[in-house]
Design a protein around this ligand. Structure first.
Ligand code: PRP
Ligand code: URA
Length: 208
């Protein structure tokens, strides 16, 4: 269920992110913009309905306000997932937001959960957000943790992924939709995506 969201605007902004010379401000802005652009594809199949809320157009026609059927919950994986939230929120200002705290052990590359909080919503679409899908361990742990709380309608939105990362998710959840802006070549011996863009968290928050 992998979709690569291909668009010239995403491609050009992604190459800004990949450039090691790109500074924090431009990195954040480009990430934010790509996250907004990806929403077009990630949410394109959402169902809408005509609500009871009436309004008039300037030409005097009465219409009913169109609304989304699904409630949306954004679930960024800390820290780097936070860097995509504002861009998505611009498209979905009423989305509720949870947080999933995971860090990847530098040696074993295994994820460790340190925080989990999702809003309680009836039957939402939960969008797990993280720029990097490397081994796929963090995204898989996030999805497992969300499902454990009873949510089953889940999608995963990342910026850059690897074939290994996609396989990790697909092996366990073959029907779960995965959206990437780019599928990169491979992981290096330290678990970094090649070509990738380096450590996303450090580049967003300026911690290196
Ligand atoms: C990074 C990234 C993902 C994870 C991807 O987070 O933001 O969450 O690694 O790697 P994986 O697919 O192999 O699990 P990191 O653990 O470095 O934490 P940070 O966001 O706090 O820097
Ligand atoms: N996490 C990152 O931030 N970058 C990578 O390339 C892999 C995992």
């Amino acid at each position: 269920m992998l979709t690569i969201v291909k668009h010239p605007l995403i491609e050009t902004k992604l190459s800004i992110l990949r450039d090691e010379e790109t500074k924090t401000k431009e990195f954040r802005e480009s990430l934010d913009e790509i996250a907004s652009l990806m929403c077009f594809e990630v949410f394109k199949d959402l169902k809408t309905y005509e609500s009871d809320q009436k309004f008039k157009t300037p030409t005097g026609v009465e219409l009913n306000r169109i609304k989304l059927e699904n409630k949306i919950v954004l679930a960024p994986i800390l820290r780097a997932g936070i860097g995509m939230v504002d861009g998505i929120k611009k498209m979905l200002p009423t989305a509720r937001i949870g947080h999933i705290g995971l860090y990847r052990d530098e040696k074993t590359l295994k994820p460790h959960e340190y925080y989990f909080k999702l809003p309680v919503v009836n039957n939402p679409l939960v969008l797990v957000v993280d720029p990097m899908l490397a081994t796929g361990g963090s995204a898989l742990a996030a999805i497992d943790a969300i499902r454990k709380r009873g949510y089953n309608n889940i999608r995963l939105m990342c910026l850059v992924g690897t074939p290994e990362g996609v396989k990790t998710i697909e092996d366990k959840y073959p029907d779960l939709p995965i959206y990437l802006a780019a599928l990169d070549e491979r992981l290096n011996e330290n678990g970094y995506i090649i070509p990738g863009l380096g450590d996303a968290g450090d580049r967003i928050f300026g911690t290196k």
